[in-house]
Design a binder for this molecule. Sequence first.
Ligand SMILES: [Zn+2]
Length: 184
Amino acid sequence: MKLPDFLQFAPFSRLREAMGADKLGAFEFFDPRLHLTAAERERLVAGVWLGWAQLRCLPDYTLAYKNSRVLLWMNAPGGAEAGSGWAAPCYHLAYCRSLQAVRRASPEKRVAVATALPAPDPWPWRVCSDCLQQLQFRGFDAARARHREYSDRVLEQFNVEDFFREYPVYPITSDVLRALDSVV
Ligand SMILES: [Zn+2]
């Protein structure tokens, strides 16, 4: 079936004129490799498990699953990811130093991503300080000794709503996504 060229289609041109719409606007076809469906977005609130290959690192070092920014965590409260005994369960905001190390050590590992925090397990999850360092979130810089108190305060007062205000969850445009490989 041959469709008419809607750009030259008189009834639409009249309608555009009547609406005062002199620009055609931009639209994109839905691409399931890049775009979340409504159902996927809903599932992403509670968390979705995936492999590294499905994860993207954005140019600002935050993490994305398809066209949504995400938080990331692994199964192991108890600090198994750091390999250094017990620690409060920790979630990531960015493709930070410690996440890169986990990726190198465990290429088969599955990770959870979500647009909201996981439920306390049994303690509240804490943000990864390497992620704050990677993003220099609100000037966080643990490497500067004289800045230490300030950085400790940023870490202590961190909340996810602030993070998503600076790094909006959704949607990340396809131009950005197409230019990226997965974190592999
Ligand atoms: Zn991290």
